[in-house]
Design a protein around this ligand. Structure first.
Ligand code: ZN
Length: 171
């Protein structure tokens, strides 16, 4: 397994719409394993292929406290949305930024698993939020898109400053 580089907002590659996987093969299984390693290493709870510059509809997540319950979704589709909830979200591609976003409270998801078999899942709470957040990535969307233009500009400025600081030589 190998750790992958996570793209950071406002990288234009985060805007690409991912294509469906035709058939689940070893290529997808290797990508999912690498993405899980990358996600665990970054202490994230979810990661979409778009974030590691892979243009396929694949996402991984693990909401367990023990970090031993990985879930992989290939070609996930939300077939039902019920209610609404507001949750503070963060994103491995937007480091250090947290903001409240409105999402559906409950969703039904249809997806393929790593074995290529279809499955359906009913999700609510944080799991529903996480799946909606990651599917957004596959559609080229980032959670800061839901913020007001003013707030989004503040986020962009803050990230730019952060980056400049990171690049300053330490002596
Ligand atoms: Zn994200």
């Amino acid at each position: 397994m190998s750790r992958l580089t996570i793209l950071e907002f406002p990288d234009p590659r985060l805007r690409r719409v991912a294509r469906p996987v035709d058939a689940v093969s070893d290529r997808e299984r290797k990508l999912a394993a690498d993405m899980l390693e990358t996600m665990y290493d970054a202490r994230g709870i979810g990661l979409a292929a778009t974030q590691v510059n892979e243009g396929v509809r694949l996402l991984v997540l693990d909401l367990s406290e023990t970090r031993d319950d990985p879930k992989v979704f290939i070609n996930p589709e939300i077939t039902e949305r019920v209610g609404s909830q507001t949750c503070e979200e963060g994103c491995l591609s937007v480091p250090g930024v947290y903001a409240e976003v409105d999402r559906a409270e409950r969703i039904r998801v249809r997806s393929l698993g790593l074995d290529g078999e279809p499955f359906e899942l009913d999700a609510d709470g944080l799991l529903a939020v996480c799946i909606q957040h990651e599917i957004d990535h596959l559609d080229g969307k980032v959670f800061v898109d839901y913020l007001s233009p003013l707030k989004r500009r503040m986020v962009e400025k803050r990230l730019k400053k952060q980056k400049q600081r990171d690049n300053e030589p330490v002596a």
